[in-house]
Design a protein around this ligand. Structure first.
Ligand SMILES: Cc1ncc(COP(=O)(O)O)c(C=O)c1O
Length: 415
């Protein structure tokens, strides 16, 4: 780390510290020109709380899987036949199809689900399969940066649509699609995170969901719905997913166990019509996900543990959200504006004019509090002046202290 600091770069390393029975990863940061500081309060990474990873249940499910399935759990594929090397374990696809089907009120078949190594991989697979040079893709003005990067890598043209308090400004969609067409590009895909959007935390209203699907129909484009925060709802159920509302087979839904079980599982999925799923399978360059892990997680889902865990998580994260909102009002009231998110992992802070964010960020970091600047997330320069705060991985007792440090750092960097 010292070496990195000497070279004048900024890098992250990780160190484990034991807290009770859980191993908590803290980030050690080396900042150009500063001594390395252990980050005791990490608001930066979109990580769910590691203290609530269901370690014991997962251990039991892995052991039970090995006892019940023996060597079959360790082969390239099992009962589902060789297609499991493209789509993934049929046992887990069955559970995912049943759960998504119940929630979204649609019958989902196992050939309409493809497993991926995290939804980052699922999103990469989807854009690689569905986009190419000459195609146009629309993303939200602030979005999940990796998807945007994957879209660029296909050679497709990207345009952004603004966001407001109700999510994507769907009214602007037609104009953006028209501009793509006028530039000789074929509009092909809309990528959206409609529920508890990252980074803004917004929820697309029911009416806008319907309008978005209507526009997608008019323009004959696919909609890639990133649904990875949907279950983390703290104020009752959010509006139905786009997949639930879609009658035309245009919605490709990406989802993940990362935020509701643990990101290190690297287990996620994409649901779409069987033909689209086959296109994703054809674009795949591996033999799908681990049979052992997929079967163990299928067991965890089938026995009802996932649903019970999500109910618990909602309570844990609602409490953290409330602690965060109170602390922000108390310590940052004059220098940031924010909306209390109804779900998900993030607060989206709008900085008051005159705040020099990079200076504030460096000050807070020197004191062990890490935050992410919006411009590394936004697909549009208008993202500057905003900060994404991810408080859920921070212990309850540290959230207030961390925000106090942040508030002082911002106040000292204003004007
Ligand atoms: C909007 C969005 N999509 C996808 C992901 C990727 O999650 P994973 O690859 O762990 O499933 C994230 C992670 O932060 C995210 O914020």
């Amino acid at each position: 780390v010292a070496d990195v600091a000497q070279r004048g770069e900024e890098r992250e390393g990780v160190a484990d510290r034991r807290e009770g029975s859980a191993v908590v990863t803290t980030t050690v940061l080396a900042v150009a020109g500063t001594a390395s500081t252990e980050v005791w309060c990490n608001f930066d990474q979109g990580l769910p709380d590691p203290r609530h990873f269901p370690v014991a249940d997962l251990e039991r499910c892995v052991v039970e899987t090995l006892r019940a399935d023996g060597a079959d759990a360790l082969k390239y594929y099992g009962d589902g036949g060789p297609s499991e090397m493209q789509l993934g374990s049929v046992a887990l696809r069955e559970e995912i199809a049943a759960r998504a089907g119940r929630r979204d009120g649609r019958a989902v078949g196992v050939d309409e689900v493809i497993l991926a190594h995290g939804s980052t991989d699922g999103l990469a697979l989807a854009v690689r399969a569905l986009l190419g040079p000459g195609d146009g893709a629309v993303v939200e003005a602030a979005t999940y940066a990796h998807t945007e990067r994957f879209v660029r890598a296909t050679g497709a043209t990207i345009r952004t649509v603004p966001l407001d308090d109700d999510g994507m400004v769907v009214n602007d969609l037609r104009g953006v699609l028209g501009a793509l067409r006028d530039d000789g590009v074929r509009p092909r895909l809309i990528y959206t995170i409609p529920t508890f959007q990252s980074p803004t935390g917004t929820v697309l209203t029911y009416a806008r969901r319907e309008e978005l699907l209507a526009v997608a129909g008019e323009w004959d484009v696919l909609v890639l719905e990133d649904n990875c925060y949907y279950e983390l709802a703290y104020e009752g159920p959010p509006p139905p997913t786009l997949f639930a509302l879609d009658a035309s087979g245009r919605v490709v839904q990406s989802d993940s166990f990362s935020k509701v079980i643990a990101p290190g599982l690297r287990l996620a999925w994409v649901i779409a019509g069987a033909e689209v799923v086959a296109e994703l399978a054809a674009a795949r360059q591996d033999f799908s996900v681990s049979q052992l892990l997929a079967r163990a997680v299928a067991r965890y889902v089938a026995e009802g543990s996932l649903d019970a865990h999500i109910v618990e998580l909602r309570d844990v994260y609602r409490r953290k959200r409330d602690i965060t909102a109170t602390a922000l009002l108390e310590h940052c009231g004059g220098c940031v504006r924010f909306r209390v998110p109804a779900g998900g992992l993030y607060f989206w802070l709008e900085l008051a004019p005159g705040v020099r964010w990079e200076a504030a960020r460096a000050r807070a970091r020197k004191l062990g509090v890490a935050c992410r600047p919006a411009d590394s997330l936004a697909g549009d320069p208008s993202g500057r002046g905003f900060v994404r705060l991810a408080p859920m991985q921070v212990p309850d007792a540290d959230i207030d202290r961390g925000i106090e440090v942040l508030g002082r750092a911002i106040a000292a960097s204003t004007g």
